[in-house]
Design a protein around this ligand. Structure first.
Ligand code: GDD
Length: 316
């Protein structure tokens, strides 16, 4: 049986990936820190093996790799919230860049012949000119946040470890993905949670940030399939966008979610939610990945939003 190691298995994408792998006859091992919340994977606890590890510690990562001896590795663990990266840039760069370095070094030092997918981000593109959309992998990288910089560095480390040591690394750049279990700080999940709270009478009005930005959203359940396929079909050392190819404003995401509620909800701009520099437009071209793998996202955005709202209605 194929053995997979998922870093960040307790996270949003990690938990969905674990489900997908289990459904595809893959044995799943996941890393988590001792204090990580496990609510996203509590329903999988009997089916996966959780290994305590800290990406910031090389010896910890060497131990994990030796213990698990994975055939495939999905590296999803990261500080993934863009605004936090302004408040804690050092921590963001340490976890995201040096954490990836430790994973690569652990694999290299133990001579493990595993295939490794690393989760880069569309935030690497950062400032994109309208004429540059839809964005291909060749677009210049102009990151606009410490988070974006951390993902550029991670991506480049993947490239360099492939070139220097021939490690079997596939670099993916996923655009925004969402769905049930999405952390409540991220836009669609935050809006859905606020609506559920207002419906339950726990909150008077909604607070929102920049509604004019454009994002290219895919359902997380489609994205984790893409991660799996990337290690089956893509070229080592190469980089692939993963996205829907459609873009929409955050205003339209808000309007769609509001239309799913029977309650009349008032919306207020919250200056605290504005960023020092926001990425204004993300609209991806993933033809390179599609041509390699045949992947195509299947879940319509309306269903993703309905599932997300339902998730929060069950929880608040
Ligand atoms: N979080 C949040 N909260 N964002 C808001 C809000 C709000 O109340 N109101 C408007 N926005 C806008 C943000 O300014 C941004 O333009 C957009 O909604 C999306 O914000 P996030 O959901 O926080 O995601 P992100 O685009 O910054 O980053 C996400 O996608 C990347 C891939 O493109 C994260 O998941 C990253 O980890 C990921 O790499």
């Amino acid at each position: 049986m194929v053995r997979a190691l998922v870093t960040g298995v307790t996270g949003f994408a990690g938990s969905h990936l674990a489900e997908f792998l289990l459904g595809n006859n893959v044995e799943v091992f996941g890393t988590g820190r001792w204090r990580s919340k496990t609510e996203n994977i509590d329903h999988l606890r009997d089916d996966i093996t959780l290994v305590e590890a800290d990406l910031k510690d090389l010896s910890s990562m060497i131990n994990v790799v030796k213990k698990v001896e994975p055939d495939i590795i999905f590296h999803l663990a990261a500080q993934s919230f863009v605004p936090t990266s302004w408040h804690a840039p050092h921590q963001t760069l340490t976890v995201n860049v040096l954490g990836t370095l430790n994973l690569f070094e652990a694999v290299r030092k133990t001579d493990l012949d595993a295939k490794i997918q690393i989760a880069g981000s569309s935030e690497e593109y950062g400032l994109v000119r309208p004429e540059e959309t839809p964005i291909t992998e060749d677009n210049p990288l102009r990151p606009l946040s410490p988070y974006g910089v951390s993902k550029v560095a991670t991506d480049m480390l993947g490239y360099q470890y492939f070139q220097s040591y021939g490690m079997k690394i596939v670099r993916t750049r996923a655009f925004n993905h969402t769905g049930p279990r999405r952390g409540d700080v991220f836009v669609s999940s935050n809006f859905a949670k606020q609506i559920a709270e207002i419906e339950a009478g726990a909150k008077p009005e909604m607070k929102v940030g920049n509604l004019s930005a454009y994002r290219d959203f895919t359902d997380v359940r489609d994205v984790v399939k893409a991660y799996y396929l990337s290690l089956q079909k893509c070229e080592f050392g190469d980089v692939y966008n993963i996205c829907s190819g459609e873009t929409r404003t955050i205003q339209s995401v808000l309007d769609l979610l509001l239309s799913m509620s029977k309650k009349k909800i008032s919306v207020k701009k919250d200056p605290e939610r504005m960023r020092p520099s926001d990425v204004e437009i993300l609209h991806g071209d993933c033809s390179k990945f599609r041509n390699k793998t045949g992947w195509t996202p299947e879940i319509p955005f309306e269903k993703t939003m309905a599932d997300l709202l339902e998730y929060w209605r069950q929880r608040v």
